[in-house]
Design a binder for this molecule. Sequence first.
Ligand code: PGA
Length: 303
Amino acid sequence: MNVSLRQLKLFEAVARNLSFTRAAEELHLTQPAVSIQVKQLEENVGLPLFEQLGKRIYLTDTGKALQALCENILGALASFEMEVADRKGLKQGKLRLGVTTTAKYFVPRLLGAFCERYPGIDVSMKVSNQQNLLERLARNEDDLYILGRPPEHLPVNAHPFLANPLVVIAPPDHPLASERNIAPARFAEEWFLMREPGSGTRQATERFFAERGIALRERMTLGSNEAIKQAVIGKLGVAVLSRSTVALESEVGRVAILAVEGFPIRRHWHIVYPADKKLSVVSQAFYDYLTGEAEQRLDEIAD
Ligand code: PGA
């Protein structure tokens, strides 16, 4: 039997849609082009594959048997194609990440182990605040985004993967450093150092105090976590930051973490991409790595 793969693909589309017109649309072909190929296939098989009743077409028993065969053949071909793409894609490929300024404290460490596993992958990382990254996401400029909170107004896929607690920091000799159960209203009497508008950390902090009807005394707006840390160490005020940004300073006693009620604010990191985007093999591998192994890898790196 002299049957081509192309004929089988066209037949499968007609059989699934039970329409030559819809199959032609799906495959971006003209309807006569599809009809001719299916006719030739029918001649090769030597039995009718469709029958027409009124305006509708139906599969004959032979047509149904061929449809089942097509599912097997085309399914096996699709998995083979995926496997080949995997092999090619993970040997060499690009991964463009958009990472919030706060996530840059741990993402590079995770990337280390990932790049060791797939040395041919070329990774670029755009670091910016939440707002700028959402604008990049809307323009589809990167493959994956690591954000503190998935956007509400954009259709995305978002998966939480690591805890991201926000803590209150102060200089180690601050009068509140030795107190327990500090009321948020008492804490809000302190001068406050804030991240810039557009920062996810800032939004989460503002939300926390707004929900309690508390206004903050904002002394200064600083455009980076590092600047805020240094300003806290320099006794310019107190601040709320992600614990991952102050791990080292709190360990060596350069900043104190205050026991304010309601803190830490419990959040998670999210890996985010546009809802209608099909991930490349490389992006999918990094997505699986983050959602499956990130925690364990970070523990290993810390040990
Ligand atoms: P940011 O985002 O770096 O923009 O503050 C971090 C977060 O949303 O937790």
